[in-house]
Design a binder for this molecule. Structure first.
Ligand code: GLC
Ligand code: GLC
Length: 814
């Protein structure tokens, strides 16, 4: 069952009924001011940091699920009937409801009793505000008198404090009101130099800024008293709950359309120029007024929207493909990069499943997110790499997270995840291959943000590598620390206290528990580092890295192989985890996918055997589950993984992040059919027809789909913010379609389904556009290249000479 359809021409998903199984959301903004918006206009906005600079309030875990947002109410003055064109919060039955989620914008609206109303919501490039362009059309045969009410509920900035500290917060709310503009300035009197505003382009008949005055006592957003009676009360918030609402009266002739623009923005004043007149307590508005005036102009708002459109057109233009499969095309060309932008920007901080107060930007997560982002905006990727590296600890280890506002590391959710440092190498290698910007390695970068601890970025990579060598266990495999990629495999934790966090509780020092996954990651990162060293003219260093890599590969073969698949780990007692000897959790996906993608066991049959085991034991029609059999009870020595009921999350859920590792592994073995088959199993567009099962958005990946042990097998949760976005993009574009940036040029190595006769692609790479046509001339994966009409040996298109804008590449696959 579907709840809408893809409009690929407009790069939109069109939702045609408001009661989607879960809120289906979109992200507004791509630089500093962000908004989350659901298909019924729910959600909130923030500036840079979803916890510390929350602009509007949102209540998570609400009833219904999604309540609170950017609501507009219309009231028919003749009969007093009122409704919301976004359906919620009034929930009148609407005619032709429609929500179009596009690239950085959403258009939500509906018809009701002959009145059509639509709002286009977006954040203009380089501005800290969102524009709501509302148009109201009278399709009746008689004139219509319509009242429009806008509404937002302001957050008192720190979303955590806002949700808990009522004894203080009910007394601090402050606003200022000018005709058409509501300023929210709580705490501006003291240490803040920022405020929010909500402005309206039309002449207002009234306003409200105190929630209780607008809603009325004992009422919710579904029937505000002001809307019901058709008049605002011009309330001024003193403490309690500041909101913003404008009341505009429209008289529409038959066929007439009127547009009203609302702006919701964030603004900072110079600290020394906060008040006007100085000595007063009123906001200095000299710098904000021109911004407001500009975007209240319809022509300017339209121009800003067109600029956003062409911005996205350019971004997506970096890589466009045309394959025989519509789900591949749609995800690669439109939605997967759109999701990669969101994960790059907000990491795992703010979604409808991440509250915006719990997590900063993850070290491991953000490095992996680069894989799906670096080709779009290399300059921002560069900045991110340097920020991440600056939080690295002198030991080479990493804070697990950092706060985007301060760019400081924090271990609010634990430290000593022993995989963390290697992801920096993986991220930097992806950046170097994409850009060829070797200068980044010489950038001085501090450790733990300490002044005068700066060392070249390259030195950070060396420490990342050494970190593991200094932490090897009894089998010569890496010690796991608190956990590796799988945050929930906590082998040193032994937590028996209810409610204790597995992520932050004190761990045993842990000199025994080892991770085969980190071993595989070490092999991958070590090879990347060796290639980097080689390129820097350090062949001896490169050789030294490779010999450590070889030693680790040997350790994996000697101690990390279970006969038919790779082991997962050794626990604190030195016993195997993820082995046929185990009662439950006999086989895990991570070491199978990752060892093979790192190149382990390709020649000796281990890789093929491991992937056959995955297929036989872990693959389901909805994707590949994390392990089997699921843990049916809590194991003290395994930790959080066994805390989840079977089939969910890390306990045998389909944890989508690691599925592409298996796709890449299959591609490395030349199995295009299998790789693409796995790709389609979790591809959201391919799952659109079963939206009633999948339930999450059909245009972005979820973190998890319930595994076969769960009663809700196939049901997705936790959409948008997941490493799944970057890894799937990387798997399909670089390993299945095989268009792969390398140090020497663009490598063309497709491993596609046997039934495909070929595909075309346009890929911008280091300033040149490559027009690639792949044609199947035989059943295999052997590539013969013709570049600009001239045959080339090997499968790398050599770097184009400076100034060359277009290169044509024909690749025959046989
Ligand atoms: C979440 C975390 C990620 C971790 C994964 C597996 O997605 O953000 O860092 O690797 O879970 O536990
Ligand atoms: C894992 C989970 C993630 C959770 C984290 C901390 O990464 O996948 O959702 O927040 O562990 O428990």
């Amino acid at each position: 069952m579907r709840y809408g359809y893809f409009d690929d021409g407009n790069r939109e998903y069109v939702i045609t009924r408001p009661d989607t199984p879960l809120p289906w959301i979109n992200y507004l903004g791509c630089q500093a001011f962000y908004g989350l918006i659901s298909n019924t206009a729910g959600g909130y906005s923030f500036y840079r940091d979803a916890r510390l600079r929350r602009v509007t309030r949102y209540r998570y875990n609400n009833v219904p699920f999604d309540l609170g947002g950017r609501y507009i109410y219309l009231r028919d003055e003749e009969c007093g009937d009122f409704w919301s064109p976004s359906w919620q919060p009034v929930c009148r039955e609407l005619e032709e409801y429609q929500c179009r989620h596009g690239m950085g914008y959403s258009i939500i609206g509906a018809g009701y009793q002959g009145i059509e109303a639509r709002t286009r919501y977006f954040v203009p490039l380089d501005e800290n505000l969102e524009i709501w362009q509302l148009s109201v059309t009278n399709h009746r045969t008689s004139p219509a008198a319509i009242s429009v009410f806008s509404s937002v509920e302001f957050c008192l900035w720190d979303a955590q404090d806002d949700a808990t500290n009522f004894q203080r917060n009910f007394s601090i709310g402050e606003v200022e009101v000018e005709p058409g503009i509501i300023y929210h300035k709580t705490e501006y009197r003291e240490r803040r130099n920022h405020f929010a505003y909500f402005a309206c382009s039309a002449r207002v008949a009234g306003f409200d800024t105190q929630r209780e005055a607008f809603l009325g006592p004992y009422r919710g957003w579904d029937r505000p008293a002001a809307v019901e009676r058709g008049a605002a009360s011009n309330s001024i918030a003193h403490g309690w709950v500041p909101i913003g609402s404008h009341h505009v009266k429209l008289l529409l002739d038959p066929g007439e359309t009127r547009q009203i623009i609302f702006l919701l923005g964030y603004h900072e004043n110079p600290v020394e120029r906060k008040f006007d007149p100085s000595g007063s307590q009123s906001i200095y508005k000299g710098t904000v007024r021109p911004v407001i005036a500009k975007y209240l102009e319809p022509a300017q708002a339209e121009a800003a929207f067109q600029a956003l459109r062409s911005y996205w057109c350019d971004l997506l233009g970096t890589c466009q493909v045309e394959t025989p499969d519509e789900h591949t095309n749609r995800m690669v060309n439109i939605w997967n990069p759109c999701q990669c932008m969101a994960t790059f920007n907000v990491s795992r901080a703010a979604s409808f499943y991440e509250s915006g107060i719990g997590r900063g930007l993850g070290f491991r997560d953000s490095n992996q997110d680069l894989l799906g982002f670096v080709h779009m905006m290399p300059a921002r990727a560069r900045e991110r790499i340097l920020d991440l590296a600056a939080t690295q600890l002198p030991t080479g280890g990493a804070y697990h997270q950092y706060q985007p506002l301060t760019k400081r590391g924090n271990d609010d959710i634990g430290g000593n995840f022993n995989d963390d440092p290697h992801w920096l190498i993986v991220g930097v290698a992806a950046y170097l291959k994409e850009t060829g910007d070797w200068s980044i390695l010489d950038e001085p970068v501090p450790y733990d943000n300490q002044p005068s601890s700066e060392q070249p970025l390259y030195e950070h990579l060396q420490r990342s590598f050494r970190y593991t060598l200094e932490r090897l266990g009894p089998h010569g495999l890496p010690l796991i620390g608190r956990a590796d990629w799988n945050d929930c495999l906590n082998l040193n934790c032994f937590s028996d206290t209810p409610g204790q966090s597995f992520q932050t509780t004190t761990n045993k020092e842990g000199k025994v528990a080892e991770s085969v996954f980190i071993a595989a990651l070490f092999v991958l990162a070590g090879r990347e580092l060796a290639a980097i060293a080689e390129h820097r003219g350090l062949p001896q260093e490169a050789a030294a890295y490779l010999s450590e890599v070889a030693r680790m590969e040997q350790a994996v073969c000697d101690h990390g192989w279970d006969g038919k698949w790779f082991l997962r780990a050794y626990d604190d007692f030195g016993r195997k985890v993820g082995s046929k000897e185990c009662e439950e959790g006999k086989i895990f996906i991570e070491p199978q996918g990752f060892a093979v993608l790192a190149g382990i066991g390709l020649e000796d049959g281990r890789a093929a055997a491991a992937l056959d085991s995955v297929r036989a034991l872990l693959a389901t029609e909805h994707g590949i589950v994390l392990q089997q059999p699921a843990y049916s009870r809590y194991y003290l020595h395994l930790g959080e993984i066994s805390s989840y009921p079977p089939g969910y999350k890390e306990n045998a859920g389909i944890f989508c992040h690691n599925n592409p590792w298996v796709m890449i592994a299959e591609a490395r073995l030349g199995n295009g059919d299998r790789a693409h088959d796995y790709y389609l199993r979790i591809n959201p567009s391919a799952r659109e027809p079963i939206s009633e099962v999948h339930r999450c958005e059909p245009y972005v990946y979820p973190q998890m789909i319930a595994g076969r042990d769960a009663p809700t097998h196939g049901e997705a949760k936790n959409s948008w913010l997941t490493g799944t976005a970057a890894w799937n993009y990387y798997a399909i574009t670089q390993w299945i379609l095989g268009i792969r940036p390398s140090y020497k040029g663009l490598e063309i190595a497709p491993v596609i389904p046997a039934s495909w006769s070929g595909f075309c692609a346009k890929r911008k790479f280091r300033g040149t556009t490559y027009h690639i046509a792949v044609k199947r001339t035989g059943p295999g994966n052997r590539v013969s290249l013709v570049v600009d009409g001239v045959p080339v040996t090997g499968n790398v298109v050599p770097l184009a000479d400076g100034g060359v804008t277009d290169v044509s590449v024909e690749a025959a696959l046989s």
